[in-house]
Design a protein around this ligand. Structure first.
Ligand SMILES: [Zn+2]
Length: 342
């Protein structure tokens, strides 16, 4: 094994629709990647199997065995217990929020030391370290995808509260409003989450409202309204898609402005599947939707699109792995004896 090979680290981004794996070298450059769909049925074991398989594919592309990695970081939705390495309450995944023993499971399946963190937090950390928010002392990440995730960096460090901070999607934008996937009412995610937008589109379609959304979905061989389907429908001027995206942008404006009134950060970074796919024109629209609700509107924060794209989450997860010690002689690298990173 060459010395450079020894410093390879893995990153896994577990999303509602896909699992993205990367392998980074010592300079934090991506040397290999793989992507698999997230299982739609089953439970925690199926998720762990899919994570291990995606990581193995990326490692094969990098020409290493998974167990040769210094470690692997995992970004996951749900409530994170990084000490025990367990995820709970990830409702957008199969198993309906049943505990996923992430660190123990990956150790067993892949023979690699794993580190666990919230998916949006690692995506925001990557944008802070390597992407659109480089140099910002404080930032709010807005992950517009299946749900609406948030990530907060204050004084250069991620802020996670007691493990469930930055749940931007469950900021209330309308008291007594639409039902959210969390069971509560009026959450931002109930208007702007792609999952909620799809439920609304299906409801309207059943009641006879015209739309090309489902035809585009079928033509693409999809079962769900993924971000590319929404983007295509918008390009075609589909009125239902336009109305539902307008509604989402308006809700994002109110929710993000409420978070800004509380935190007053320097930079807002817009990412997530839908945010990334719709890109700069919609980042500008979200910025405009924030302004009417912003208390300190004479000095608004910068609002930017993510710079690392689809790989940001997995790259941020890889940054969780502590740097390896310099090579000393031959033999397999020893696993660090430190406890799991908080
Ligand atoms: Zn909610």
């Amino acid at each position: 094994m060459t010395p450079s090979r020894r410093r390879l680290v893995g990153g896994l981004d577990l999303g509602g629709t896909k699992i993205q794996a990367v392998v980074l070298d010592g300079r934090r450059s991506v040397v290999a990647q793989a992507r698999h769909p997230t299982p739609r049925k089953g439970g925690p074991d199926d998720i762990l199997d899919a994570l291990a398989a995606t990581l193995a594919e990326a490692c094969a592309e990098a020409g290493v065995e998974t167990r040769e990695l210094v470690g692997v970081g995992v970004g996951s939705p749900g409530v994170i217990d990084s000490r025990r390495g367990v995820v709970t309450g990830a409702r957008n995944l199969p198993g309906k929020g049943a505990p996923i023993r992430m660190i123990a499971g990956l150790r067993k399946l892949s023979g690699v030391r794993a580190y666990l963190e919230n998916d949006v937090t690692v995506g925001v950390m990557a944008e802070h370290a390597l992407g659109a928010a480089r140099g910002s002392n404080s930032l709010l990440g807005v992950w517009w995808g299946t749900g609406v995730g948030g990530g907060i960096v204050l004084n250069g460090k991620p802020w996670e509260g007691r493990g469930a901070a930055a749940e931007l999607g469950h900021v209330v934008v309308k008291v007594g409003g639409a039902r959210c996937t969390c069971g509560r009412r009026g959450c931002l995610e109930a208007y702007a989450g792609r999952g909620a937008m799809e439920i609304r589109a299906r409801h309207l379609h059943r009641r006879g409202h015209k739309t090309e959304l489902f035809k585009i979905m079928e033509k693409r061989g999809r079962e769900r309204l993924q971000s590319g389907v929404w983007a295509r429908a918008l390009e075609q001027g589909d009125q239902m898609a336009i109305d539902l995206v307008d509604r989402a942008v308006e809700a994002l404006g109110a929710g993000v402005a409420s978070a800004l009134n509380l935190l007053d950060v320097e930079t807002v970074v817009i990412g997530g599947g839908l945010g990334t796919r719709l890109g700069d024109p919609y980042v500008e629209r979200i910025r405009e939707a924030i302004m009417p609700h912003l208390f300190a509107d004479e000095r608004p924060p910068a609002v930017r699109l993510v710079a690392l794209g689809d790989l940001g989450g997995a790259m941020g997860a890889a940054l969780l792995v502590p740097p390896s010690r310099p090579d000393r002689g031959s033999g397999a690298p020893r696993a660090p004896r430190r406890p799991a990173r908080k």
